[in-house]
Ligand binder design. Structure first.
Ligand code: IMP
Ligand code: MG
Length: 168
């Protein structure tokens, strides 16, 4: 196990307080990246004591392997208009950064007031893009992890903690 259920809960509560303070009285949209961000968005949204909206999108992902292709496609789009609103993209993990870089680029073209990013996990050592991640739960080493939304070949998303694949 790399990050326990208790550690996740404590950190999510902290992030929620920080986000609530930063976005006080702003029109905030949390944009979850399916499917990995599901548990994180569900917990985070309840930790942010503000009126907010949530929506989801889906990108093409790793498929069944453990390495990134670098080509990111929007497979399922948002169902709401983000023009003039503050967007916070929420994802499970930032690895190479290609996914978040592509999403920031795509969403910024729609005229939002701001686009920021929030991830539970950050593998800083693997970055291949110059993106700023605004809110990070935990920085982790370059190991493949599963649980709390993160999968290997579609499995282990429902684990309540984050573990290395070898440790499963
Ligand atoms: P990036 O585009 O390389 O930053 O990768 C982002 C996406 O890759 C995440 O949203 C995850 O879906 C997936 N990913 C990256 N690292 C891991 C991992 O260790 N376990 C499971 N999925 C991962
Ligand atoms: Mg993902």
């Amino acid at each position: 196990m790399l990050v326990s259920e208790k550690e996740i809960a404590a950190r999510v509560a902290e992030l929620g307080r920080t986000i609530a303070r930063d976005y006080a009285s702003a029109d905030l949209v949390l944009v979850g990246v399916l499917q990995g961000a599901i548990p994180f968005v569900a917990d985070l949204m309840r930790a942010v004591a503000l009126d907010l909206t949530i929506d989801f999108l889906r990108t093409s992902s790793y498929g069944s392997g453990t390495t990134s292709s670098g080509a990111v496609q929007l497979v399922t789009d948002l169902s709401i208009d983000i023009a003039d609103r503050h967007v916070l993209i929420v994802d499970d993990i930032v690895d190479t950064g290609h996914t978040l870089a592509a999403l920031i680029h795509t969403l910024e073209a729609r005229g939002p007031r701001s686009v920021r990013t929030c991830v539970l996990l950050d593998k800083t050592g693997r970055r291949e893009t110059l993106i700023t991640v605004d809110y990070v739960g935990f920085t982790i080493p370059n190991v493949f992890v599963v649980g709390y939304g993160l999968d290997y070949d579609g499995l282990y998303r429902n684990l309540p903690y984050v573990a290395t694949l070898d440790g499963i």
